[in-house]
Structure formats: structure tokens, C-alpha cells
Design a protein around this ligand. Structure first.
Ligand code: G1P
Length: 291
């Protein structure tokens, strides 16, 4: 059984300055819920209720978000605001949270290495906090199923336009059944001209403890960082690895524009906001110059 999830969240969030100067970008809201809560709910839905967050400076807000806040609870109770009280209390029960501090920001592979003691000898998931995924069944659950079938690592893949492959880890592989790939190689942020495919690694991984040995022997790669993709490239030489193509929708909220779009999309789904927000968007659009 897979019980543990690792969420690297130590980045500086430079794409969201100035708001990320003193606030972790993982706490940015999508409508009224921090991004990180959506991600942890996805893990918990798949039965991964033991969550290790690899954090950096200025991440205390994340800890506080998942802790109880009795003062707030008492105030809500006194005002009879039962629904909010229930929602606030529930947050601390979604998962058992653990934190470890990444001492220096040396890349995703290095961040994952901090999970070594915590995951011990169990398989574990890695969920990147700047990606929200909507799929049915929920994505991490699908990855767990593939892992349970093969007992080998599996990553989420998304087909991206060729000109965008340089933003991602990209795989080479063969489709062994619809939507399921056997991976033969992985390259971090390749140049579109020599990328092995347009199948990008999309922020969700199911890994095995063996990865730590590969991270240990992985030299600095793209951006002078220790890349998880490079460690997986080393691991795939010894052990099968699978890729599951996304059948759903991924919201990359790691940049401003997609973050704003995601807020609008999620806002339009909220019964309490939908009509007013849609009317406002129509009004705005009507007044916009055609480009
Ligand atoms: C990281 C990984 C990359 C992956 C991407 C999206 O890159 O290194 O392999 O494709 O996340 O999940 P980053 O977005 O941190 O530059």
C-alpha cells in the first residue's frame, strides 16, 4: 500500500514576486483555497495521508494552514457559523503533515532527496505544488493503480506543443496500451529540435526508494541544479518505468497568466460566484478592443 506523499515546496517563487517575498507561493489562493490544499486533497483522496513537505524559508504559513486555529474556531462557533467552522476544522484532518527544510535550493532532485529518511523503504508519490489536475478518477489514484499493477515507478505525462517541450522533462517510450507508456529515456528541458517526444512529465510521480541512490550519483544538470529527471534517467536503465498520459485537465499555476486563468475557471464553477462572475466577464469582453 502506498501511504506517503512528498511535496517539494521550497522554491523562491520568483515568478510571483512581490507577493511571494514573505508568503509561500503554495499559499496563493485559487478562489478561496490555497493551491497546496488542493494538492494535498488529491493525495489524500488516493489514500496518501502521510504528507512530507520539503520547505524553505518563509513557509510557516503552510504549517499554520494545516494546524488547528482554536481562536478562529471559537470565534466562528460563537457566531454560529457552522459550515465555515467545519471547513476550517477539516483542514487539519486531511493528512498527517510532516515538514523538512531544504538547506539550499539545489533543484527538484535534491529536494526529493530530503524525503529519504521519512519514506524509508516504502514507495511514495511526489506531487508538485504548482500543478492542479482535474481528472476522473483523480490523478494520483490512477497512478497508484498503475504502480500496484507493475510495482515500478510511474509518472504523469502530458502531450504539449513541440515549442513548449523546453519547459519540461520529456520522455522517450513506447505506448504499450492506450495511454500507458513504457519509458526508455528522459531528458530535462530539451531543446525542441532534439526532444525525444512531446510527452512532458507533468508534476506527479510515483517513485521507489531506489531513486535516492540515483539522486546521490546525479551531477548538476539543467540550470546547474540536481534534476529529478536526470536521476530517473539513471534509474530507467536498471528498472522498468511507466508513464500515464493525462486524461483530464492540468492547470499549471506556476506562472501569472495561468494562475489568473485558473482562478477564473474555478470561480466560474462555484455556484455562489458563477452568475455574477460570468456576467462581469461578458461585460468586460464587450468593452475590449479587438486585437
Ligand atoms: C519540473 C521538472 C520537470 C517537469 C516540470 C513540470 O520543472 O523538473 O521535469 O516536467 O516540473 O511538472 P520546473 O517546472 O520546476 O522547472
Amino acid at each position: 500500500m502506498i501511504r506517503k506523499a512528498v511535496i517539494p515546496a521550497a522554491g523562491l517563487g520568483t515568478r510571483f514576486l512581490p507577493v511571494s517575498k514573505s508568503q509561500p507561493k503554495e499559499m496563493l489562493p485559487i478562489v478561496d483555497k490555497p493551491v497546496i490544499q488542493y494538492v494535498i486533497e488529491e493525495a489524500a483522496d488516493a489514500g496518501l495521508r502521510d504528507v512530507l513537505m520539503v520547505i524553505g524559508k518563509s513557509k510557516r504559513a503552510i504549517e499554520e494552514h494545516f494546524d488547528r486555529n482554536f481562536e478562529l474556531e471559537n470565534a466562528l462557533a460563537a457566531r454560529g457559523r457552522e459550515a465555515e467552522l467545519e471547513a476550517i476544522r477539516r483542514i487539519s484532518t486531511i493528512a498527517r503533515m510532516h515538514f523538512v527544510w531544504q538547506r539550499e535550493l539545489n533543484g527538484l532532485g535534491d529536494a526529493v532527496a530530503y524525503a529519504r529518511d521519512h519514506v524509508a523503504n516504502e514507495p511514495f508519490a511526489v506531487l508538485l505544488g504548482d500543478t492542479l489536475i482535474e481528472s476522473d478518477p483523480p490523478l494520483t489514484r490512477q497512478l497508484v493503480r498503475v504502480f500496484e499493477r507493475f510495482r515500478d515507478p510511474v509518472v504523469l505525462l502530458e502531450e504539449v506543443p513541440r515549442e513548449k517541450v523546453h519547459r519540461y522533462g520529456v520522455i522517450a517510450g513506447t505506448e504499450i496500451e492506450p495511454g500507458l507508456f513504457k519509458i526508455t529515456d528522459l531528458v530535462e528541458k530539451p531543446d525542441p529540435s532534439n526532444a525525444p517526444s512531446n510527452l512532458a512529465i507533468a508534476g506527479r510521480y510515483l517513485l521507489v526508494p531506489e531513486i535516492f541512490e540515483h539522486i546521490d550519483s546525479t551531477p548538476r544538470g539543467k540550470n546547474n541544479e540536481i534534476q529529478l529527471t536526470d536521476a530517473m534517467r539513471s534509474m530507467v536503465k536498471n528498472r522498468p518505468m511507466y508513464g500515464l498520459k493525462l486524461n483530464g485537465r492540468r492547470y499549471d499555476i506556476g506562472n501569472r497568466l495561468d494562475f489568473l486563468k485558473t482562478n477564473i475557471i474555478y470561480g466560474l464553477r462555484r455556484p455562489d460566484l458563477r452568475d455574477d462572475l460570468a456576467a462581469y466577464i461578458r461585460e468586460l469582453a464587450a468593452g475590449m478592443p479587438k486585437t
